[in-house]
Design a protein around this ligand. Structure first.
Ligand code: COA
Length: 308
């Protein structure tokens, strides 16, 4: 029997910090409004999707004690590729010195969890080691004069290595979903900027997170009480709190980086996961619930047993 396990993790944030005070200085907004409505205090901007992805992936390889040549497949979740064509993943692979299969996946903020589930499927098909990355440079598609989006979206990358391991798989259950009738809630036309219907998205986001997380828990045959760490998409602290409350997952068991990163879409779940692991919040055998929602609308949840 062979399963899939996360054996490495990494994160990359651009150097430039944009604080709420910086935004206050040039937009009709206040630190108080941003903190109270979103939970965000600062965010990072800069770099390219491929450069951030490469940095996070290199860290994940280091932690897994692997060389780039050990990797058999690269999956990059992004909604902000460097170019429209080609995909960004071949460039990331090239920077890492890889010529294995590489592809982009766009499921917006759910992208990393989608990619992780897809990677586990590929391990089931016989692939030994997959680099799974979520990377974004959302600052490129945000109108920096639009206070409704400029305070929220930012840039980052996170990555994990998913390896074939003997025994049962560590991906115990998952849920993936999409509803294209909700595409107008959050979109960006070619060459345009992000347009968002904040209030309706908020309502849908809480419901999607709760229902998707419950479906994944049920398929994994575990309860919320058994979850050591909840890693939700870092979009809004009020969304995370509302979903956590309904799921019975309090803040003490939730990974949070939102205050330092803002919403980094496909990067947010792996960045929050890497941060929690680096803080020593996970031990082998612990159960982790990952959950994302985003443009599309899409949603995705997965239950992982930590360790090999
Ligand atoms: N600073 C100050 N005021 C702002 C503001 C800002 N940055 N952005 C909006 N406002 C104003 C609005 O214009 C509105 O003013 P009005 O009452 O005079 O009309 C007021 O604040 C309330 O706006 P509203 O949109 O009702 O606020 P909200 O409590 O819903 O919070 C969001 C707005 C965007 C923070 C919230 O709706 C949200 O997070 N939604 C989900 C977004 C999301 O998760 N997106 C990513 C999905 S992956």
């Amino acid at each position: 029997m062979r399963g899939a396990a996360v054996t490495g993790w990494g994160a990359a944030l651009p150097e430039t910090v944009v604080t709420n005070a910086d935004l206050e200085a040039r937009l009709d907004t206040t630190d108080e409004w941003i903190v109270e409505r979103t939970g965000i205090r600062e965010r990072r901007v800069g770099g390219t999707t491929s450069s951030l992805a490469t940095e996070a992936a290199a860290q994940a390889l280091d932690r897994a004690a692997l060389r780039p040549s050990d990797i058999d497949l690269l999956l990059l979740a992004t909604t902000t590729p460097d170019q429209a064509v080609p995909a960004t993943s071949p460039e990331v692979a090239h920077r890492l010195g890889l010529t294995c299969g590489a592809m982009d996946l766009n499921a917006a903020c759910s992208g990393f969890v989608y990619a992780l589930v897809a990677a586990a499927g590929m391990v089931g098909l016989g692939v030994d080691r997959v680099l799974v990355i979520g990377a974004e440079t959302l600052s490129r598609i945000v109108d920096q004069d639009d206070r409704t989006t400029a305070v929220i979206f930012a840039d980052a990358a996170g990555a994990v290595v998913l390896e074939a391991v003997p025994g049962e798989t560590k991906l115990l259950g998952y849920d993936l979903g999409a509803d294209g009738s909700l595409r107008s809630l959050l979109y960006c036309d070619h060459g345009g900027f992000i347009v968002m219907e904040g209030q309706e998205l908020f309502r849908r986001a809480v419901r999607a997170t709760v229902e998707s997380a419950r479906a994944a828990l049920e398929r994994a045959k575990v309860t919320a009480e058994e979850i050591t760490l909840f890693v939700p998409h870092q979009a809004n602290l009020r969304i995370i709190d509302a979903a956590g409350q309904r799921l019975g997952l309090p803040r003490e068991r939730t990974a949070l980086v939102l205050d330092r990163t803002g919403n980094t879409s496909a990067a947010s779940v792996p960045v929050a996961l890497a941060d929690a692991v680096d803080d020593g919040r996970l031990s082998p055998g612990d159960l982790v619930l990952l959950s994302g929602f985003g443009a599309g609308m899409t949603w995705a949840s997965a239950v992982l047993r930590w360790g090999r």
